[in-house]
Design a protein around this ligand. Sequence first.
Ligand code: TYD
Ligand code: ZN
Length: 440
Amino acid sequence: MSDSARHITECRVCGRQNWQQVASYGMVPLANALLEEAESYDDEPRYPLGVVSCRFCRLMSLTHVVDPAVLYRDYLYVTPDSRSMAWHMRRVVELCRRRFNVARDSFVLEIGSNTGLQLDLFRQQGMRTLGVDPARNIARVANDNGIETWPEFFSAEVGGAVRRRFGQPKLILGRHVFAHIDDIAGVAAGVRELLSLDGVFAIEVPYALELLEKTAFDTIYHEHLSYFTVGTLRTFFDRHGMRVLDVEPTEVHGGSVLVFVGHRGGPWRTRAVVDEICEQEERAALHDDETYRRFARDVERVRTELGALVRELVAEGNRVAGYGAPAKGNTLLNLCGLDGAQLEFCSDTTPLKQGKVLPGTHVPVRSPEYAEDHAPDYYLLLAWNYARDILAKESAFLSGGGRFIVPIPRPAIVPGSGLPGAVEAGLPEAGAAFRRIARL
Ligand code: TYD
Ligand code: ZN
């Protein structure tokens, strides 16, 4: 069933049609389409999942675009209220205030604002805020919490309505939403119309070099249409009359970049770090087809090794469960051929996910309380981007002899040797390219 998936033609960044085929993973269910428990899952929808790389601008893109109404109108993803995420969101507010003078009485618009956690922090600082988020169920939660949110996909038209009601924003924020949008040209046009001349458009996207270096193939799913480098974003905004002004590497989702964009004729200087990062990227062989062929081979290796490791642990009589039910976990399980035969359940803190089963693999999702009463021998750490939060939280599980299987960048068991410091070994670290740009 793929009638609502469109095969891409030209590149959404540079407009060309010169794709390198990187990988094709067949028909895969949507990563956030958790199901009610049922007797049979015969008509579960699946869509083609494949990756290509543009030989001109090196955008990595999915081969197919699923209708956004199918993906987002009723959505299960709720920004987790974790310590590291709260810290990051406060940092976003600080960066916007300090670097771009987003003052207390400014108007801040967030695209893809989810339940409004980030906007609430701006509000606490005295800013006027508006959220725009297409998930009707999630926008309702935000509105109930007093964070005004329009249940819409952002577009030039919605931008016009925002302008008429609230005036021009000083800051438009799009955290982990730009990579989800097919018509980024339309969004850029809407932002250019709406943003004040001295305003800033701040987007956060997973960093493509991290995907490549960490073999983080689980972050490839139908919602993530684009995998950007800073250079690719610069090419894009140059085409749309805007400029990349600054870049800030962040730890979110296992390695992201916060990219600040302004009007071409605006007052802000471009910081030297932007050129430096683009030069680093040029040196990382991103224009070499072999880089993407190697990535595809690395993915195959992790798929084989992780599948074998988990099956072996189960064959030895160990009980295994998943830790977290993130979207990326569903790519991981589906592509590694792991399901209810190996995983008893997945524990997840999101009430909307509990009681449902995972797409494709039909592993049941349970609450952390259930998980505590049914602790397995091994947790497969599906939410590996929160490894540090989770290991700190699960000290009782660890001291009782429990272990984590960390899937990325290579399957590892933590703690390994039981030696002091061993818990740290095997955790997904930032890749070399990310560390280099973080030092700039
Ligand atoms: P997230 O990493 O935000 O990503 P994605 O869906 O984009 O892959 O999802 C993390 C999931 O893990 C989310 O469903 C909440 C869950 N979670 C826990 O169950 N326990 C925890 O301690 C944390 C930090 C997250
Ligand atoms: Zn391109």
